[in-house]
Structures are given as structure tokens and as C-alpha cells.
Design a protein around this ligand. Structure first.
Ligand SMILES: [Zn+2]
Length: 387
């Protein structure tokens, strides 16, 4: 899987007039669907179309070999790919990068441009915290890690055998005592599980947590969670420890991540609107977002997922301007028109380590222009207190 450094390298890439930066996103059908082959055929059609376009635009020389190579590997993917895939290529600069992605792309697409298309990549990677799942009962705990659609079972924890099973005390006479000590041991087991989660989090092993257990056990276990661990809890669900396959655990994890993400988006939108209304740590609208981005103020950038806008970019210093001016207001060099400013914004956000949040179908957010930013501080010094 792709890492942060590699994404930043891709965001830094800047092709010259003679270069073709090709970005190819491949989304397979789910295995349950028998249309794998059709997806690969569709991908090949798209690549062929891109070849024709490149030819028409006189970019044949730089794009042809890479598109041809993509056309061939897309053919090889027929029928046996469950992961999505992205390829970034620029033959002139000797760049060829292939990465697996979780199969969550909206569709298969190919882009030929001066830079790499990173919007879809940023969208997928931005919403993929590493989730630890625990299946828990009075005797056992199974641990799983889920990241980028891959699930891996880790170590398990067992509580020591109850004392009565070891033969001390005997039923009838000492039953009450035995019952109490069993309960003590169960609680001790819960504490062990909670401790192991705390250590895992301190070691940076996960970003979010989900617990599966019988509903009746949840209330006994929850108080043992360290507050810091609890702040990472994204959800809990009813489950039997032995009753779930890895695939079922993954499905539970996916569902919890999806809900948590929707909730996170919702909260971020509410906060940015609130902060912008009170003129504090929030700005809305393209002009102000671009300015804050260049000032290095932005912590989180929110964009409607279908957002699109014209803008100009300085050919020299990369300054972005929502006004269609011919000369850069920063350095005076000539500007070039961007049909869609989104890609330039995404690249700027990646280079500056800004969190990207894509907002879906939110009329209130669309009403403020479909683009907004939460700021870490305001460079103009207003409301320094809240920074
Ligand atoms: Zn400039």
C-alpha cells in the first residue's frame, strides 16, 4: 500500500509542456459479482479512448507507450483482482508507480495531464484509520487489525481456568465462594484486555477501536477502558467470540468505519459553519479558502465531493487565484487557466499535510459555496485566543 511520503512525491511532481502525467484508477467489481471481466474490458476501452485523445491533442509521443502498457496490464487483471489499483506514469521522466487500493473507488478512470490526479487517492486514504477490533467474552478475547480493507488476526487473550475447575472447593458447600472468585477472574480478564488495548494505543498500533461482545457483557467491560482508549472507540456490536469468520469481522469493521466517517464529516461541517459565522477559525468560499491555504493556516479542508470551479494558477510561483487574472498578484508572472481548481487544491493540501474531508449531499454546505476550511490559527492575528 502507498505511504504518505510517496503521495507527497506525487503531489510535488510538475510536468513540463512536453510531459504527460498519466493517472489510471481501476475499480474491480466485488467478488460476489461475476462482472470482473467486464470491468477490465471497460478499463481497456477507457485507455484506448485516452490514446485517441492524446493523439488528437498532439501528446501522442509522451503518452502512447505508458497508455499501451496500462492497456496490457488491465487485460491481465481480467477475472482475478479484488483490490482496486492506481498507476501513475510519466515516460519522459521515467516514472512508473503502481499501488493497490481498497476497492472503494467510485469508478475506473484515466487522466492525462501535466500533473498526477490525486483527488480520488486522497479521498480513499484520508478516510482509512487503522481500526482494531476485539471480540470479547468472559473467557477469551480475539484481536484483529483492519486497514485499507485488509484484515489480520493478531494474538488472543485467555483468562486462567476458574478455580473450581482446578478442583479446590466443591459444589454445594462452597458454591457461593466459587462463583465470586469466577466473577473476580472475569473482571481480571477484562482488565487485562483493557490494559493490552492501552499498550497497543500507546505504541501507535491503531487509530480507532471497535468491540464485539454480548450486550450483557458490554456494561461490565466498558468501565475498564482507559479514558484515552475510550476516546478512540468508534463503536461496539453484538457478537460471539467464536461465531465470526474473519470476513464477518471485516464487514462489521467496515460498517463501523463508514458510520464513524459520516459522523466525523457531519461534525466537521457543523463546526466550520459555526466558526465561519462567528468569524473565528473557519472560512468559506473559494477565494478565502485559497488565501488561507497559501498562508499555511488550514488544518482541515472541506470540499463537496462534486465541487468544481475555474481558477488561474501562476506558472511561476503556483499562486492560485479565484479571479481570472492574466498576471499573478504575487509575482507578476503570467497565469494559466485551470478548468478545475480541485486538483491543484488537493495537491496543495497534500503538500501541507492538511486533512481533506469530502462532503456528500449537504445542502447547507453547498449553500456556502461547497468549499470551506477549518484553521489552526489566523495569520492576521484575529481571535488569537482561540488558536
Ligand atoms: Zn506568481
Amino acid at each position: 500500500m502507498i505511504n504518505r511520503e510517496e503521495i507527497r512525491d506525487l503531489a510535488e511532481f510538475e510536468g513540463g509542456d512536453a510531459d504527460c502525467a498519466i493517472s489510471f484508477y481501476f475499480q474491480p467489481s466485488r467478488p460476489s459479482n461475476k462482472a470482473h471481466r467486464e470491468q477490465a474490458i471497460l478499463a481497456k476501452d477507457l485507455v484506448q479512448q485516452a490514446l485517441r485523445e492524446a493523439e488528437k491533442n498532439g501528446r501522442n509521443g509522451c503518452a502512447r507507450a505508458d497508455l499501451q502498457r496500462i492497456f496490457e496490464i488491465a487485460g491481465e487483471w481480467e477475472g482475478h483482482r479484488s483490490q482496486a489499483k492506481v498507476v501513475f506514469a510519466c515516460g519522459n521522466r521515467n516514472i512508473w508507480r503502481e499501488f493497490d487500493l481498497p476497492p472503494q473507488l467510485v469508478k475506473t478512470q484515466v487522466f492525462v495531464n501535466r500533473r498526477f490526479r490525486l483527488k480520488e487517492l486522497a479521498e480513499i486514504l484520508g478516510v482509512q484509520p487503522r481500526l482494531r477490533l476485539v471480540l470479547l467474552d468472559r473467557h477469551r478475547a480475539r484481536f484483529f487489525d483492519l486497514h485499507l480493507d485488509e484484515i489480520r488476526e493478531r494474538e488472543a487473550l485467555f483468562r486462567p481456568l476458574p478455580r473450581r475447575d482446578r478442583g479446590d472447593g466443591f459444589e454445594g458447600v462452597d458454591a457461593g465462594h466459587a462463583e465470586r472468585s469466577v466473577n473476580d477472574e472475569v473482571l481480571h480478564h477484562f482488565k487485562n484486555v483493557a490494559d493490552s488495548l492501552k499498550q497497543g494505543l500507546e505504541r501507535g498500533g491503531f487509530d480507532g477501536l471497535a468491540i464485539g461482545c454480548q450486550n450483557s457483557q458490554w456494561h461490565h467491560f466498558e468501565p475498564y477502558l482507559h479514558p484515552y482508549v475510550k476516546s478512540k472507540l468508534l463503536g461496539h456490536f453484538a457478537a460471539e467470540v467464536g461465531g465470526l469468520t474473519e470476513e464477518q469481522v471485516r464487514q462489521q469493521g467496515d460498517r463501523i468505519l463508514k458510520d464513524a466517517l459520516a459522523q466525523h464529516r457531519h461534525e466537521q461541517v457543523a463546526e466550520v459553519l459555526d466558526q465561519a459565522r462567528s468569524n473565528r477559525r473557519g472560512v468559506t468560499g473559494l477565494r478565502r479558502v485559497l488565501r488561507s491555504l497559501e498562508m499555511g493556516e488550514v488544518q482541515t479542508l472541506l470540499m463537496a465531493d462534486n465541487y468544481t470551479a475555474h481558477a488561474v494558477e501562476c506558472a511561476n510561483c503556483r499562486h492560485l487565484d479565484a479571479h481570472m487574472v492574466r498576471f499573478c498578484s504575487v509575482c507578476g508572472s503570467s497565469t494559466r487557466e485551470l478548468e478545475d481548481v480541485c486538483d491543484a487544491i488537493v495537491r496543495a493540501a497534500i503538500r501541507r499535510d492538511v486533512e481533506l474531508v469530502y462532503v456528500r449531499e449537504d445542502p447547507e454546505f453547498d449553500h456556502v459555496g461547497g468549499i470551506a476550511a477549518l484553521l489552526r490559527f489566523r495569520a492576521d492575528g484575529k481571535n488569537r485566543k482561540v488558536a
